[in-house]
Design a protein around this ligand. Structure first.
Ligand code: HEM
Length: 512
């Protein structure tokens, strides 16, 4: 009896074990075959591929994007092919228009991209094509264009500046000794607080004066870094096997995503309990038409990713450039004194709109340092670009805003100089052709948060530049970037902050 019980127990367990081993082995073989058989070319002797594979490019260039820029400037068609990556990279505006508008349907984000980000972003707008994308795009653009949404975003941003950013800077400026502040870290905290409030109506308080660690922000950072690292592994099979076995970085990623899911679920539950019809955040607005909880989570997480690091990255490079160009800082200051008043504070979206020079300075800084340095799609059917490049089905195609900002044939011989004036006609901001400047992408999938981003960028820029002297703690030459989805300065941006006398905010902060 006992032995029957034992064998009843042990045999199914043994069978299950064998089945598991067999499944893992088959999956492994499948992934290896897929990688080696279906990859476009695993070995290539051309100069570009050899330099890529051996990393010899890094002897002469600080960043991969600088090497690509050099190659694209050198190419007669402004297009190159990295065969070992199966990737065609272009800085040619005609090709960019062709990919993003003319033959949009032939260049979706594609499965490879959505697999890499799928665990983190799910079915959120950033990660889908076709009908799922169309539905979210329509709904999101409707909500983001509402006047009520714009003024809500403006209020959130002003609150964060007045109650967190300025007090933090004032505390650093008031110290007897110089203390170094990492601007990049501050801007990441600032933009996380803002985008969480706009998206969820939730305040993670990352920018409180003690600079606390938010569990949500930590998990979010980890998940986006590890997801980006998936995209950078030379052989995707590596992360897929690690995920299957739940080991190493994939185990960490899974844990971070589980925590994000728990927190998101809790936020959605709370919103539902408190009632969402009165609230102005995006989640409450979407809840009117979406009931599926996971889908709601995915929609909102995509917004956090889209709106957080991009804004922080722009602010970091903007302040780095302005600190190196005192004449631009002085011009911004003069314009702010004229539009807002020498001792007044910014009070409305209309005033922000009038700051044309500041607008130009921000666009100029993103021309040289776009937060999204490159962006890829996948070709569905064999095609030919306007410059004559043949594109095979399944090829990854990448347009490269970082390189495009440095092309003489687009911006002229002074393309490497920081000159906000190039964006002004008779003192008024002039919008360049978006396919020459695809910093916010362009065409049918153009960024939906551009206006909101500009409210954040302009508000922070004038609040800080009018009230504080910002001095770089280290004489940077040109930035080295950390790998990731968005441009990040390696080592942050250490600065020293000193107060300017008799400015509007320092006076009011001192009086509190
Ligand atoms: C300086 C700041 C920003 C820059 C440079 C920027 C840039 C971009 C780029 C390049 C894309 C295309 C990405 C891709 O398809 O792979 C994009 C898409 C998007 N952005 Fe932004 N973005 C910024 C801020 C924001 C903000 C603050 C929000 C949120 C309110 C936002 C919401 C979105 C959304 C929802 C999409 C997806 C659009 C679609 O797929 O149809 N962005 N953005």
């Amino acid at each position: 009896m006992e032995s029957t019980q034992f064998s009843c127990f042990i045999v199914p367990k043994f069978q299950a074990f064998c089945f598991l081993v067999f499944s893992l082995a088959m999956a492994f073989v499948f992934l290896i075959l897929k990688y080696f058989v279906m990859r476009p070319r695993v070995w290539c002797k051309c100069v570009i591929c050899q330099a890529y594979v051996s990393s010899s490019w890094s002897v002469k260039f600080k960043n991969l994007c600088d090497w690509y820029t050099y190659l694209l400037q050198d190419s007669p068609s402004q297009t190159i092919h990295v065969h070992v990556l199966g990737n065609i990279i272009t800085a040619n505006p005609e090709n960019v228009e062709y990919i993003l508008k003319t033959r949009f349907e032939n260049y979706p984000k594609g499965k490879p991209f959505s697999t890499i980000l799928g665990d983190f972003l799910g079915r959120g707008i950033f990660n889908v094509d076709g009908d799922l994308w169309k539905f979210q795009r329509k709904m999101a653009s409707l909500e983001l264009c509402r006047i009520s949404m714009r003024s809500y975003a403006f209020d959130v941003v002003q609150h964060e500046i007045e109650n967190r950013l300025i007090p933090l800077f004032s505390s650093f400026a008031a110290g007897k000794e110089d203390r170094v502040l990492d601007f990049q870290d501050v801007f990441r905290r600032f933009s996380f607080d803002c985008i969480c409030r706009v998206s969820f109506g939730l305040d993670p308080r990352c920018l409180e004066i003690s600079l606390p660690l938010s569990e949500f922000a930590v998990c979010f950072d980890l998940a986006s870094r590890l997801s980006a690292e998936r995209a950078m592994t030379a052989a995707p099979v590596t992360w897929k096997v690690k995920r299957m076995l739940n080991i190493g970085s994939e185990k960490e990623l899974r844990k971070a995503i589980q925590m994000i899911n728990l927190l998101a679920k809790e936020v959605i539950r709370q919103r539902r309990k408190l009632g969402f019809s009165e609230h102005k955040d995006l989640l409450s607005r979407f809840m009117g038409s979406v009931t599926d909880e996971t889908y709601l989570r995915d929609i909102i997480i995509s917004f956090l990713l889209a709106g957080r690091d991009t804004v922080a990255s722009t602010l970091t490079s903007f302040f780095w450039l302005v600190a190196n160009h005192p004449e631009v800082e002085a011009a911004i200051q003069r314009e702010a004194d004229r539009v807002v008043g020498p001792k007044e504070k910014l009070t409305s979206l209309e005033q922000l709109r009038e700051l044309q020079y500041l607008h130009a300075a921000i666009f100029e800084s993103m021309r040289l340092y776009p937060p999204v340095q490159f962006d890829s799609k996948f070709c569905l059917e064999d095609d030919i670009f306007p410059d004559g490049t043949a594109v095979k089905k399944g090829t990854r195609v990448t347009y490269h805003p970082y390189a495009m900002g440095r092309m003489e044939n687009i911006w002229g011989s002074d393309c490497l100089e920081f000159k906000p004036e190039r964006w002004l006609r008779d003192g008024v901001f002039f919008q360049e052709n978006p396919f020459k400047y695809p910093v916010f992408q362009a065409g049918l999938r153009v960024c939906l948060g551009k206006d909101m981003a500009l409210v954040e960028l302009k508000s922070v820029a004038i609040s800080l530049l009018r009230d504080f002297h910002i001095v770089l703690a280290e004489a940077h030459q040109s930035p080295r970037f950390s790998p990731g989805l968005t441009a990040t300065f390696h080592g942050g941006l250490p600065v020293l902050v000193r107060g300017k006398k008799s400015s509007a905010s320092t006076e009011s902060t001192a009086a509190q």
